[in-house]
Design a protein around this ligand. Structure first.
Ligand code: CDP
Ligand code: CDP
Length: 225
């Protein structure tokens, strides 16, 4: 029997999706797919070619003529555009501020969703994003919707940047998170939304290890059934 496990993790910015998804993928031998990185790569391509973030046709054309690759390198998922490692470039404030505009474009989403489903069809997978449980993998065995207060999410990201030696104002981070969450949950095409059959987990007062343990337990229960 060739039975693949699909775990979908959705939620707003900085809820802890990628951190816990990476650890769980490592522990269980699943492939981790960061769908936010794909929309960030699309946004970077628009930026580097001086194309307007709302110019759907031009961006689609650029994407069709680019190669976007994901590689697992020492436990990290690296993103390559046309052979260049852009894993750091896709996380600058410029890209973060504009990714919600690009990710709202219908043809871009269609293209990314197709790629995401293709990747998920080959291996046990844990995928994080905004529309994984609702749109990309509606039949996923496990769906988790991670939330946390805006203040705690901003603080986490602030500490994250600090650790990397990047200074960004806490208020700016909080503002970015609020604006992005609003745009992501109010767009027309597959907005950020909890799937009806997703389990909601508030991580405001949970450590990473506690979140990992809770989700792992949910996955293992499913595996036994
Ligand atoms: O890591 P962070 O929470 O900052 O965001 P991300 O997961 O890297 O996603 C960046 C942006 O991509 C989000 O704000 C959404 O606009 C978009 N996105 C999306 O539309 N659908 C997904 N499945 C994943 C991300
Ligand atoms: O992927 P997403 O944007 O949802 O969030 P993330 O990048 O995984 O997490 C943002 C930051 O919160 C990271 O620095 C994590 O280490 C931290 N975090 C935390 O402090 N406590 C948790 N329960 C989950 C994440």
């Amino acid at each position: 029997l060739n039975y693949l496990m699909q775990v979908a993790i959705d939620g707003p910015a900085s809820a802890g999706k990628s951190t816990v998804a990476k650890i769980i993928a490592h522990n269980l031998g699943y492939i981790y797919i960061d769908t936010g990185a794909m929309y960030r790569a699309c946004t970077l391509i628009a930026h580097d070619n001086n194309v307007d973030y709302g110019d759907e046709k031009a961006i689609l054309n650029l994407i069709d003529h680019s190669t976007i690759d994901f590689k697992q390198e020492d436990g990290e998922q690296k993103v390559y555009v046309n052979g260049k490692d852009v894993s750091i470039d896709i996380r600058t404030p410029e890209i973060t501020e504009n990714v919600s505009q690009v990710s709202a474009l219908r043809s871009i989403r269609e293209k990314m969703v197709e790629l995401q489903r293709e990747m998920a069809g080959k291996h046990d997978v844990i995928m994080d994003g905004r529309d994984i449980g609702t749109t990309v993998l509606p039949d996923a065995e496990v769906k988790i919707f991670l939330i946390a207060s805006v203040a705690s999410r901003a603080k986490r990201r602030f500490l994250d940047f600090q650790e990397k030696g990047i200074h960004q104002d806490l208020k700016d981070i909080e503002h970015d998170i609020e604006v992005r969450d609003y745009k992501d949950s109010h767009r027309e095409i597959s907005p950020l939304k909890k799937a009806d059959d997703a389990i909601e987990l508030d991580t405001t007062n949970l450590t990473i290890d506690e979140v990992v343990a809770k989700i792992t337990e949910i996955i293992q229960k499913k595996q036994k059934n």
